[in-house]
Design a binder for this molecule. Structure first.
Ligand code: FES
Length: 226
């Protein structure tokens, strides 16, 4: 006799009249397979979206290392028509592995592009020796006024822009300033083909023109300059 109270639903699919139900089942095979496929899809999507989101947000979320400046010589030591090599510590605390060669010259306001974006006074040009194809060390050849990579024939012009071969963007640069009568080298930064500065440097083979500037967020291990 009905007493007005709602009867609890049976846990069996057959009792609930579900299509494709079998005796003794608590979930239909169709629903079980759908759930499995959706679960696998969610895992697959999160497997590539979560790292990408973390990578993109990393620069904003994580602490950046302090900015270290290293003196490399008096301003008059550096001409503006050729580069001088200097060895600096790019990563502290790891011995010789953290040392790298940079090519340094005075900025020539008549031939060098103005700072881009404006506002950063770059008195000296300090070029990284890391090739922007796959990272081999490049060498400056003064007779040709070019940087040449021995690995796959990458060639860069006097400003470090790509002149030939497979590199995807100009050579990275380092911040420079003059303090206490010394030229000082700061953190590395990347530039695109118009020498627009990207404060956090990118890895080799990461193009910074067009959509590439959004696809490759800067490394959050880069000291924060601006
Ligand atoms: S690493 Fe320099 S051209 Fe390939």
């Amino acid at each position: 006799m009905a007493d007005g109270r709602k009867q609890p639903k049976s846990k069996y699919t057959l009792d609930r009249g579900m299509p494709g139900a079998f005796e003794g089942e608590t979930i239909t095979r169709r629903r079980f397979m759908s759930g499995t496929v959706h679960g696998a899809g969610a895992i697959a999507v999160s497997a590539f979206t979560l790292p990408a989101l973390g990578f993109a947000a990393g620069s904003a979320l994580f602490d950046r290392p302090p900015v270290d400046w290293e003196a490399i010589g008096a301003p008059d030591d550096f001409p503006n028509d050729t580069y001088l090599p200097r060895v600096i510590t790019e990563v502290a605390g790891v011995g010789q592995v953290g040392r790298t060669t940079v090519y340094v010259r005075a900025r020539n306001p008549e031939s060098d592009a103005p700072p881009n974006p404006p506002g950063y006074d770059e008195p000296f040009i300090a070029i990284s020796t890391r090739c922007m194809h796959l990272g081999c060390p490049v060498r400056y050849i003064d007779a040709a006024k070019r940087f040449v990579c021995p690995c796959h024939g990458g060639v860069y012009n006097f400003e470090g822009g790509v002149d030939g071969g497979p590199p995807v963007r100009p050579l990275d640069r380092f911040y420079t300033r003059v303090r206490n009568g010394q030229v000082e080298i700061g953190p590395r930064y990347s530039v695109n083909s118009e020498f627009r500065r990207f404060p956090s440097y990118r890895d080799p083979a990461q193009d910074l023109d067009g959509i590439g500037q959004y696809l490759y967020p800067g490394r959050f291990s880069t000291p924060k300059m601006d």
